[in-house]
Ligand binder design. Sequence first.
Ligand SMILES: Cc1ncc(COP(=O)(O)O)c(C=O)c1O
Ligand SMILES: Nc1c(O)cccc1C(=O)C[C@H](N)C(=O)O
Length: 423
Amino acid sequence: MSDRLAVEAKELDAGDELADLRARFVLDTASDRADGVAGVYLDGNSLGALPAAVPGRVEDVVRRQWGELRIRSWDESGWWTAPERVGDRIAPLVGAATGQIVVGDSTSVNVFKALVGAVRLADDAGDARRGDRGVRGVRGVRDEILVDATTFPTDGYIAESAARLTGRTLIPVTPGDVPAALSERTAAVLLNHVDYRTGRLHDLPSLTAAVHAAGAIAVWDLCHSAGALPVGLDEHGVDLAVGCTYKYLNGGPGSPAYLYVRRELQDRFDSPLPGWNSHAEPFGMRETYEPARGALRGRVGTPDILSMLALEAALDVWEGVSIETVRAKSLALTDFFLECVAAYVPEGQVESLTPVRHEERGSQVALRCDHAGDVMRRLMARGVVGDFRRPDVLRFGFTPLYVGFADVERAARILGEELRRSG
Ligand SMILES: Cc1ncc(COP(=O)(O)O)c(C=O)c1O
Ligand SMILES: Nc1c(O)cccc1C(=O)C[C@H](N)C(=O)O
């Protein structure tokens, strides 16, 4: 072990203003493990840890709100308005003013709503530009959708279907090549803020500006950035955005995703899934659909209340926490991890796929490594939990709310030991 790095980790932990937040989570301690060494959880970029307040809240929701109040809870316990209320709790974390985010459904479903909605907005704008003389639905104007070619697969699958349904051609493009691929034919662009595999952070402000300069609609997937770094949705004029809540927002397995529709676009947002929950008068039981105003236009059917209220409780951990401080710690953690890996791992055994430049780095480090699946199994057996992405990537996610610098040093040291053993 390098004493220098272990000492440095101690000093960094002592100066960490977020260190106390770890107590807001349920995590392994040394006594939970047979080897007497506390585990290191570096998989919050897949499933965030459990906030300590969640079990009690869920118990109350189940026993009292459901068990005793039953149907009255839709009003008395605020169930009916939860999608917008919880959306407003997420809003400051992604730089959105209130009233623009609705929570519900999976990320995949929200990608569908956002992308088809984006193409319809582009159609609409085209009609307006032609003074409404254009024939709606005639192709040849904005007939292309660009999608991140390196995307997490679900976004690509949904984009392909959205393109087929709207009669557009889907063009996969790596994010850096988007400006060159944009044209007057582009209707909408779907991009990931942080790449799920490499941890690369894409330049949301400049890419959004380029999409707008081409007259197209920008849709961002924030799964791997929300809760880890500032997003600035309003500031950068993002049109639509989606994200999951089970990674850096710690909402729990299958917690509902969210949809952001910029305020100026809400009246024109035409959801492809216009369920009764987004009706202007849901209990009017009308034969014809009339969309509600505002963010709740993105709702579909009955919200998944148990998961949503678990998420609401999970968001309490953000009380008094600034996303800028989280970002600063995230970069310090990933810098320190890369430094420890360089010191502990024999030369040439791993190659970082994660950019070195802070402006291009999310909150994870991805290391290419031979036999990565086997290596990750051995790390997990020693209490270091990251994940393996085929064919050869070790992923380590750093959640600043509960990961410390000593964790980082230990994870890198154990990785070095295991690779030395196999190398
Ligand atoms: C970028 C990205 N989009 C979407 C998803 C998943 O979507 P869903 O919540 O529908 O499973 C993930 C991870 O699961 C992801 O990393
Ligand atoms: N959503 C997941 C799931 O239901 C099971 C296992 C993993 C996930 C994930 O979130 C994977 C994650 N999006 C990734 O970046 O790989």
